[in-house]
Design a protein. Sequence first.
Length: 438
Amino acid sequence: KHLNAFLFINEQQALEMAEESDKRVKNGTARAIEGMIIAIKDNISTKDIPTTCGSKILQNYLPVYNATVIDKIIEAGGIIIGKTNMDEFAMGSSNETSYFGKVLNPHNNECVPGGSSGGSAVAVSAGLCHAALGSDTGGSIRQPAGFCGNVGLKPTYGRVSRYGLVAFASSLDQIGIFAADIPNCSILLDVITGKDELDSTTANYTATNTLNNLDFDYTEYKIGIIPESELSGCDSDVLEVYKNCLKKIEENGGKLIEIKFDFPEAWIPTYYILATAEASSNLARFDGVKYGFRSEKTESEMMTATRSEGFGTEVKRRIMLGTFVLSSGYYDAYYKKAQQVRRIIYNNYEDIFKQCDAVFLPATPTKAFKIGEKADDPVSMYLSDLFTVSSNIAGIPSIAIKAGKSIDNLPIGMQLQTSHFEEDKLLKFANYFESIFG
Ligand code: GLN
């Protein structure tokens, strides 16, 4: 309980679901993930179960429908154990911006678990569930997975339905998975993927079938790495683990080739312009009229007061920044330019995946940092996403895996990326790498 990972425990319903599960196991009708205990980030809608997005503005909000992923989990025999804490509206990299208090890293309670899906990462890492769902707009699954020593998968944009995910930046958001290992991640991915009539951005593919295809001869494939000189933003602990991993890959017959990202320095600025622009528009719906919290004021002052009192500082910062980059005087200089740079980043990945099958990178430039360390320095907080935002910008799948530990025993994660809709290959690599990184 002291970790503050959960905002709601679905006690009664979970027990009922478990009983149903037991019955199905006994009578031989067990389903794909029968009895799997799954925690859900609190920005994914659950019918009649609070869905707060870690915000005061949705404190008392009860959705009237389930997100598609929730229906799929229930149909496949999964048990929803509760809703997990998160940075407010999924904006953050440390889980310190939740209205309901910070979340602690189980490996060292003085450190952050990462964010924004920190509660889900901690729930898996502390053994409170078998797997958890999170959302990843710029790294919010992979970064906390790295900090907490889990597997964290962000699927291809369009692979998993976003119906029922409270939108932060719709062109970047994707629901994904935390698990202790690759098979647990795979089995859940195969349940939640597939075309959904309720989300027109889902791709026209049936569900993945990764679990039964995890084995492969990886020596046939090429792994792209960037020159060490381009990892100068990384802490020595992370570099150490990174180099050690490259050594293990080579010892096991892996083929490493050097690749080049064209403008990696543009990733973070592009992300924070696009994400805040979309957020400022998406969050306009929280006005005290339709959902949740409403300030007690006269009618004309109500909307301003609701938003002023209901949103936290970071969310307000993003709304203002996003409104600014979309304003008529600055649209061309910021938003339009960021869209153009997005295309360049996308094209760069297309070229890279002609040269190699997967890209291998650190998940984060640092290990888990101390609570409060970056809380007053948004730019340094934003740099936590240095290696993760490019996959969201390009829409490709990527995964953080356990790769080693720092001298002070904190987990350090590495990241793999493949081309669009190549989750299959991504998980094969990840499964193999986990076995050799031990
Ligand atoms: N940390 C990033 C941000 O604050 C990413 C968030 C996310 O992926 N939801 O925007």
